[in-house]
Design a protein around this ligand. Structure first.
Ligand SMILES: [Zn+2]
Length: 153
């Protein structure tokens, strides 16, 4: 590897497979905070995640624009799972719906960073990008999750 490509890799996360293209920007540049990539309707300003090709409220295609969603949300509902997922996520794990007040949308996601049984509705969470499982080739698969927001003093 030459110096230039070494430099290009510095500050980037180790390469891994992304669970689904286009949900978020990866790898992150140094200091970059993760964001989900949604889109918004230019007519009514409704936001969507995952992205939609047209707005279901305005019934008009092609007037959609990509937006980075806010990283902070509040758990709307969550579920604790005691068996591994068919796609390879280890049990126990928690997932659910998170409201993102800034974007006025509700997104679905896995929870991390605390005991799976400790997540509850009303809890403040923030977005992180981390491995969610290992695929059949032994490759780490990167996805997005929400972790509890640490209390700031
Ligand atoms: Zn619309």
């Amino acid at each position: 590897m030459n110096e230039t490509s070494k430099k290009a890799l510095e500050g980037k996360e180790k390469y891994a497979v992304v669970v689904e293209a286009g949900l978020f920007h990866y790898p992150l540049n140094r200091g970059e905070k993760p964001h989900l990539t949604g889109n918004r309707c230019n007519i009514c300003d409704k936001r969507f995640f995952p992205k939609r090709t047209g707005c279901p409220y305005c019934f008009k295609d092609g007037d959609m624009e990509d937006v980075e969603l806010d990283r902070y949300g509040i758990i709307y509902a969550c579920t604790l799972v005691h068996i591994p997922s068919p796609s390879g996520i280890k049990a126990p794990y928690a997932y659910g719906y998170v409201d993102i007040p800034v974007d006025r949308i509700r997104v679905f996601g896995l929870f991390t960073g605390a005991e799976p049984s400790s997540f509850h509705a009303g809890q403040k969470v923030e977005l992180v990008i981390e491995p969610i499982k290992t695929d059949k080739n032994g490759q780490e698969v990167i996805g997005y999750k929400f972790k509890p927001v640490e209390n700031r003093h």
